[in-house]
Design a protein around this ligand. Structure first.
Ligand SMILES: O=c1[nH]cnc2c1ncn2[C@@H]1O[C@H](CO)[C@@H](O)[C@H]1O
Ligand SMILES: [Zn+2]
Length: 361
């Protein structure tokens, strides 16, 4: 069978669990919104601005990568700006063939021009609703669930956790913490995580990206995370490989595999921040071979100049993967989603399995 191409992959249904709303804006939209609010940008046309984001994020350091968000967050401070960005996010993901997406952002970063936390969530939700309706009318249905993020260096996690629970029946399906990892362990936010567990709510934690095993261990064993945002450094707890006579899993990596804890891996983003040397050397190959619950994600489409289909294309090229692996990744993601079980199953049985059955021939 001929190698599958990017345009083949666009047509296949995909599920995405880790995508930042403020990391996925269209460059042209940033230019227009910046003009409206008087924000100065580092480039004056859409192509140059898109290239600026990718080049600046390509820094080898998570901290420097995160500095680029100043320019997206700056134009997401009004109801109009947030609504438009969310609407375009749903449309862009749907056009790429994503049928289910969990998109995250930190409401506390969008209060600079007087919006309330509730006002931010309402504006984003309205944008997603409009974008999803338009995508469906174009024959590209998508379901978007929202994750509310608290910034790990700040001190508003309890408030954001309560906000997420308040909106649980209005589109918010989970909670997350993000931002610089070194020096900001997840246990700083233990109260918020304990509150969420008491509320029977779902959460993931960015862990094991810029910092290693202690961060992953805390996220799981102190905070009770349902999934790991990245978790790529888990390979520090694995020695050897199946190819050279067997891999040895340490206690933590064995626990993660035994419990089927989903890993939200983001290959291109990891290469940019220095968490992985290249796509071909990305630990996703090993984690796949060892049958961890691996999912593939975009993280920040703008900063990585990427999409779900592009990430999957890169993996097919690097590891010789085909439809069988893409089906596995997609079902893994859908099984790990934060929406109710029966709704996950419906997407798997009615959309994903029939489409991949045809592709597998
Ligand atoms: O890969 C990442 N690791 C840690 N934090 C991140 C990453 N990508 C984005 N953000 C942070 O999450 C905030 C809310 O969406 C963004 O503003 C950015 O600071
Ligand atoms: Zn992320």
């Amino acid at each position: 069978m001929a190698a599958i191409t990017h345009s083949d992959i666009v047509k296949a249904p995909k599920a995405l669990l880790h995508d930042h709303l403020d990391g996925g804006l269209r460059p042209a939209t940033i230019l227009e919104l910046a003009d409206a609010v008087g924000h100065r940008l580092p480039a004056g046309d859409a192509e140059a601005l898109g290239a600026w984001f990718v080049a600046s994020a390509d820094s080898g350091s998570l901290e420097r990568y995160l500095e680029t968000f100043a320019h997206t967050v700056a134009v997401m401070q009004t109801e109009t700006g947030l609504h438009r960005v969310a609407k375009e996010c749903a449309l862009d993901l749907a056009a790429d063939g994503v049928v289910y997406a969990e998109v995250r952002y930190a409401p506390e970063q969008h209060l600079e021009r007087g919006l309330s936390l509730d006002g931010v969530v309402d504006a984003v939700n309205a944008g997603f609703a409009e974008g999803s309706a338009e995508a469906a009318a174009l024959g590209r249905p998508i379901r978007v669930g929202v994750l509310l993020t608290a910034m790990r260096h700040a001190a508003r996690s309890q408030e954001i956790a309560e906000l997420a629970v308040r909106y649980r029946d209005a589109g918010v399906v989970g909670f997350d913490i993000a931002g610089a990892e070194a020096g900001f362990p997840p246990t700083r936010h233990l109260d918020a995580f304990e509150y969420l567990q008491r509320e029977n709510f779902h959460f993931t934690i960015h862990a094991g990206e810029a910092f290693g095993l202690p961060s992953i261990w805390q996220a799981l064993q102190w905070c009770g995370a349902d999934r790991l945002g990245h978790g790529v450094r888990l390979v520090d707890d694995i020695t050897g490989s199946p190819a050279d006579g067997g891999a040895m899993l340490g206690r933590l990596s064995a626990y993660v595999r035994d419990k089927r804890i989903p890993l939200e891996l983001c290959p291109s983003s990891n290469v940019q921040t220095g968490a992985a040397p290249s796509i071909a050397e990305h630990p996703i190959g090993l984690l796949h071979d060892l049958r961890f619950r691996v999912t593939v994600n975009t993280d920040n489409r703008l900063m990585s100049g990427t999409s779900m289909s592009r990430e999957m294309t890169l993996l097919c090229e690097a590891f010789g993967w085909g439809w069988a692996e893409l089906r596995w990744l997609t079902i893994n993601a859908m099984k790990s989603a934060f929406i109710p079980f029966d709704e996950r199953l419906a997407i798997i049985d009615e959309i994903i399995k029939p489409a991949y059955a045809k592709l597998l021939g």
